[in-house]
Design a protein around this ligand. Structure first.
Ligand SMILES: [Zn+2]
Length: 206
C-alpha cells in the first residue's frame, strides 16, 4: 500500500497491529478521524493512554480494576467462599451480566496449552491454590470453555485442591462444547451456572 504521507502510514501501521484490523480497515479509521474535529482524536488518545497507565489488576482475583481490590472482591454482600474460575476478564463480564452469581471470581488469564507453550506457572493458578490451602474457599466452580485446553486446566487445578474439604463443580453444559463463554447468551450462561454439576462426575462422564 502506497501512502501519500509517512505520518498516515505510521498511524495505519500501528492500528493494523490490533487483532481483526487489517490495513484497509485501519486506513478507513484514520481517514475518518482526519475528517472529524481534532478534539475527538485527542479524547481517543487520552482515553487509551489513561487506560494503559492507570488500569490495574485486582490483587485478589486478577480481574481488571481501577483499584487494588476490585469492586466484586470488596463487596461484603458477595459470598467470598464461592469462587468461579474463569479464563478471561471477558468471562467475568459475561457472567456478571447474568446477575445470577453472588460469589467471587478468579481470573486465570488463559488456559494451559502445551502447544502454545503456556504452562500452569504462566497463569494465575498458584494464587487460587493458596486460597484453598488457607481455608478461604468453600466451593470452586470451574467455568472454563469446554475445550481440551479448558479441560486440562480444570483437571490440573482439581488435582491440587481435591484433598481439601471443598466442593468442586463445573458449570452445566448448556454451553456447547467448544464454545467460548463470552459468546453464550445470558440465559444459557446463567442457567449453566445455576445447574452446575460436581466436577468429579463431569470429569468421569468425559
Ligand atoms: Zn477482585
Amino acid at each position: 500500500m502506497e501512502f501519500p504521507s509517512k505520518l498516515l502510514e505510521k498511524a495505519v501501521d500501528e492500528i493494523s497491529q490490533l487483532p481483526g484490523i487489517g490495513k484497509r480497515t485501519a486506513l478507513r479509521l484514520m481517514l475518518h478521524l482526519l475528517k472529524q474535529p481534532e478534539d475527538q482524536t485527542n479524547r481517543l488518545t487520552e482515553a487509551l493512554t489513561k487506560m494503559r497507565q492507570d488500569i490495574i489488576f485486582c490483587k485478589s482475583c486478577h480481574n481488571i480494576s481501577d483499584k487494588e481490590i476490585c469492586d466484586i472482591c470488596s463487596n461484603p454482600a458477595r459470598d467470598h467462599q464461592t469462587i468461579c474460575v474463569v479464563e478471561d476478564i471477558r468471562d467475568v463480564m459475561a457472567l456478571e451480566n447474568t446477575r445470577l452469581f453472588k460469589g467471587i471470581y478468579h481470573v486465570l488469564g488463559g488456559k494451559i496449552s502445551p502447544i502454545d507453550g503456556i504452562g500452569p506457572s504462566q497463569l494465575n493458578i498458584q494464587s487460587l491454590i493458596d486460597k484453598v490451602k488457607k481455608g478461604e474457599v468453600k466451593e470452586i466452580i470451574f467455568a472454563l470453555s469446554s475445550t481440551m485446553e479448558g479441560d486440562t486446566t480444570n483437571f490440573y487445578i482439581y488435582k491440587h485442591v481435591k484433598d481439601f474439604e471443598i466442593i468442586t463443580s463445573t458449570i452445566a453444559r448448556g454451553i456447547s462444547v467448544g464454545d467460548e463463554l463470552e459468546y453464550a447468551d445470558e440465559v444459557t450462561l446463567g442457567r449453566s451456572l445455576i445447574h452446575r454439576v460436581p466436577f468429579e462426575s463431569a470429569f468421569k462422564a468425559v
